[in-house]
Structures are given as structure tokens and as C-alpha cells.
Design a binder for this molecule. Structure first.
Ligand SMILES: [Zn+2]
Length: 336
């Protein structure tokens, strides 16, 4: 499936089928549908009777295999569940835990696939996402394949962090900047998906429609509660709020705190907010009384916490401590 903001790119690329370079790097922000586009493209290239608009027909043998996830001419590489064992070069994979990496074992299996001749058509596709999940060993193994690509094989790499790829991998691929939708287009698309508060959600996630779509209503309600509490400034109860945040997990909590403090600083320095249009008045009132240098320090603390949050030693304690620091940004008010 592709999205309205991808139509022009789709036309362009499917018109070039048969003349596509051997490796594509689809890059762009998170939440704009890069992977869906990559999957649609792979299906279209493998389809035996593609439609006039370039899309896969959905009926042929190839499309049926694709729907069942076992197409003989397609390989999808993505971080797989840990617990495979025997891959000592991939120390990050832990049993029972979703791995963050595409392992060298996965890439090595590809060699066999590439050595075979095509099952039916003379096209084979390797879809690899997210490409930043390649570690040094697996990236180097892949590089060898990209340097001497077998004929008829198309590699499609998908990433929203191209700067984390090996430069040699990037330079072996044709880079495709995936389109980011105009605000109005994203809003009307979300509305068509039945999202009632499209504008508000879109603002909160910085304009990426799929991130806005994936926000659940429960999540949005909890965020609303969090914003109400943060709006109390020094009078907020950090322990109560920490318990609210426990449901979100530390990464989502840190992101929410970063956006909130960003808007506090913006309100203080420029009299405007970016993510919380609805809470603008209470943010402005809070910002007026804030100790600016402490706020900037706190933003650095949040940034650092986010950087190391993948492996928090004690997430709940860390959130409590951050929330206590938050209440100390504001002048204390005595309640009678
Ligand atoms: Zn088909």
C-alpha cells in the first residue's frame, strides 16, 4: 500500500521497472510510510501481471506467495527475535528479547539465496529494514554483495537514520528521499482514516501522519492527563505523575517531557509553542515564572537520559528523579 503523498514517486519508479539500479536506499523521517512503499514496490516488481497504475495485481501466484509471506524470490531482513544462539559476533542479541540488530547470520543466509537462480521471473528482491539495524559485521557482509550484485537482484534498504549506515553502504545505493506530506494532505488523510483530532495529533508528533495514526486513544488520554499535571508546575506531585508515566514506558515519557520543556523554553523566549497548541496559555503562565538557566540545564539532563534510555537501570526511579527536578524549575507557591 502506498500513500497519497507518494503517488508521484510511485509513478516515477514503477515506470522505470526493469531499469532500476541494483540497490535503493529509501530514506526519510519516521512515520511517513517508507516501509509500506518498499513492500508495495517489491510486490509490484515480482507480480506477473502488474496493473496499469504499476501496482501488483493481487491475484497471480507471485502475489499469493507474497500475501502468505513465503515468496521464493523475495527475502526480507529485519531484526529477528533473539534466542537463535551460536552467533557470537552478534553479542547484542539476547535470548527472548527482540533484537535490535540484523545479524551477520541473517546476511550470510542471503548469499545462498543470491546464488540460486530466480524461481520464476528474472527478478529477485531483498528488502532490508531498518537498515540502521545492521551492525559492523553484518554491514560488511552486505557490502560485499552490493559490490558484486548478481544480475536481476534488487536490494531495497529502508532507513530513517541514514547517518548511522556505513558510508560505503550508502555510496553503493541509489538514495531516494521519501516524500514528507504537506500538512493539509496529512490532515485530510488522517481524517479519512477516522481520526477525529487529526490536527492536534499531527502537531504533537511533528507532522508524520503514521505516527499520528498509531497514537492510541488511551495513549492520548494519558498524555492529556500528563500535560495537565505538568501544567501545575511546582505544585505537581512527582510520585503520582511517575505512576501515570509507568504505563507509557521511559522512552515515551522522556519524549513527552522533552516536548513539554521545549515548549516552555519557546514560550519563555519567543512567546510561542510548537507541540502543545491547546495548552499554550498554561505553558505561557508557567514559562513566565521559570528559572531559565535551570530549564536549559534540565533539557540537557533529559537529552542525556534519552540517549542512554535503551538500557535504563531503573526506569521508574529515573522518571521520579526527573519529575522532582521538573517541579524545582518553578518558584514554590504556598498553598493556604
Ligand atoms: Zn500479481
Amino acid at each position: 500500500m502506498i500513500y497519497p503523498w507518494q503517488n508521484d514517486l510511485w509513478q516515477h519508479m514503477t515506470a522505470a521497472r526493469g531499469r532500476l539500479p541494483h540497490a535503493l536506499l529509501l530514506q526519510g523521517r519516521a512515520g511517513i510510510g517508507k516501509l509500506d512503499f518498499a513492500e508495495a514496490l517489491a510486490a509490484a516488481l515480482l507480480c506477473e501481471r502488474p496493473a496499469a497504475d504499476g501496482h501488483a495485481c493481487g491475484q497471480c501466484d507471485s502475489c499469493n506467495w507474497n500475501a502468505q509471506g513465503n515468496h521464493p524470490d523475495l527475502r526480507v531482513l529485519t531484526p529477528e527475535d533473539g534466542g537463535q544462539g551460536g552467533d557470537e559476533e552478534d553479542a547484542e542479541a539476547k535470548p527472548g528479547k527482540k533484537s535490535q540488530v540484523i545479524s551477520i547470520a541473517q546476511v550470510r543466509e542471503l548469499a545462498e539465496f543470491l546464488g540460486l537462480s530466480s524461481h520464476r521471473a528474472n527478478v529477485r528482491v531483498v528488502l532490508l529494514h531498518p537498515a540502521e539495524a545492521l551492525n559492523a559485521a553484518s554491514a560488511n557482509a552486505l557490502l560485499k554483495m552490493l559490490e558484486e550484485p548478481p544480475s536481476g537482484v534488487l536490494f531495497i534498504l529502508v532507513t530513517h537514520q541514514p547517518q548511522r549506515l556505513l558510508p560505503t553502504i550508502r555510496s553503493r545505493c541509489n538514495k531516494v528521499d521519501m516524500p514528507f506530506p504537506e500538512r493539509a494532505q496529512a490532515e485530510s488523510w488522517l481524517a479519512a482514516q477516522g481520526v477525529a483530532d487529526a490536527a492536534e495529533r499531527l502537531t504533537y508528533v511533528g507532522g508524520a501522519p503514521l505516527l499520528a495514526l498509531r497514537m492510541e486513544e488511551g495513549e492520548q488520554k494519558r498524555l492529556g492527563d500528563l500535560h495537565k499535571e505538568l501544567g501545575r508546575g511546582a505544585r505537581m506531585d512527582p510520585f503520582f505523575v511517575a505512576s501515570l508515566c509507568a504505563k507509557e514506558g521511559i522512552l515515551a515519557t522522556l519524549e513527552a517531557l522533552q516536548k513539554w520543556t521545549h515548549d516552555l523554553a519557546a514560550a519563555r523566549l519567543a512567546g510561542e509553542v510548537r507541540y502543545h497548541a491547546q495548552q499554550a496559555p498554561s505553558l505561557q503562565a508557567l514559562a513566565n515564572g521559570i528559572d531559565l538557566s535551570r530549564l536549559l540545564d534540565f533539557q540537557r539532563v533529559l537529552h542525556e537520559a534519552r540517549r542512554t534510555a535503551q538500557h535504563p537501570l531503573n526506569a521508574e526511579l529515573q522518571v521520579e528523579s526527573l519529575l522532582i527536578q521538573y517541579t524545582q524549575l518553578f518558584p514554590t507557591v504556598r498553598t493556604p
